[in-house]
Write a protein that binds this ligand. Structure first.
Ligand SMILES: [Zn+2]
Length: 249
């Protein structure tokens, strides 16, 4: 591996390291989670001070010390601070949830698609009205789960492959969240047909268009509980942001 690296990245977490440095966890495009030291970032005159705040997106240059095997940030050219994420409670909690998910899943493995979705989501949320923030979370989760291989195919019965009819406006699901038809059985819960339609329709859309697709209250509740139950199974660790930000996220 080359000692010098340069990649696009978003800062997920930065904590004090020694007196004047910071230990930074980055989501690097094509790299996944990267732990690196930002020298002097915690001192008043540190060159990297402004660059390594949470949610900052930029081009990161690093040098890996081959002896100590420590990666150091040598430069961070900021593309966007996404500083307005902090101005509104709903925005901040949503972005914090995405960060926590990425930290707990090693950024999902298939990082290219997930990196793009994460940056798209930050772009949208930094200027979003509070009532629109949840739809951005739904789109991020939908893409994150799909790119992590954790999103069931919603197009047909998971057992026989037939087109699942939505009798009574609901689709039957197994424990794992896969659709099943009446003949195959094994359903343990249902999801509103409007929620399935929304998920299937928006998953192929460009992010900024997808977050603008309207969703009625019943479908939104279905989308929410469906995505969060898949997320819980996939992450398999308690999400503090969900617990602390209950009702906001
Ligand atoms: Zn079937």
């Amino acid at each position: 591996m080359s000692r010098n690296a340069r990649f696009r990245a978003v800062v997920l977490r930065a904590s004090k390291f020694g007196e004047i440095h910071k230990n930074v966890t980055l989501f690097g495009e094509g790299r996944g989670l990267v732990s690196a030291i930002a020298h002097g970032a915690n001192s008043r005159n540190g060159r990297l001070r402004a660059a390594v705040g949470q949610f900052t997106f930029g081009v990161c240059s690093t040098y890996t010390d081959p002896v100590k095997n420590v990666e150091k940030i040598t430069e961070f050219e900021v593309i966007d601070h996404f500083s307005h994420v902090r101005d509104v409670l709903e925005r901040f909690w949503a972005a914090s949830l995405w960060c926590e998910i990425l930290l707990k899943t090693y950024a999902g493995g298939e990082t290219e698609g997930i990196f793009r979705s994460f940056v798209d989501a930050l772009h949208e949320v930094t200027s979003a009205a509070p009532r629109d923030v949840r739809r951005i979370t739904y789109q991020f989760l939908l893409r994150f789960l799909e790119d992590s291989g954790a999103l069931p195919d919603l197009a047909g019965c998971s057992s026989c492959g037939c087109r699942v009819r939505s009798g009574d406006g609901v689709v039957a699901l197994t424990d794992a969240g896969e659709p099943v038809c009446g003949k195959c059985g094994g359903a343990s819960r249902t999801i509103p047909a409007g929620a399935v339609a929304y998920l299937s329709h928006t998953r192929r859309m460009v992010f900024r268009d997808a977050v603008r697709v309207a969703l009625d209250e019943q479908a939104a509740a279905g989308v929410r509980s469906y995505l969060f139950s898949l997320l819980e199974t996939h992450v398999d660790a308690p999400l503090n942001t969900l617990k602390l930000g209950d009702g906001v996220v």
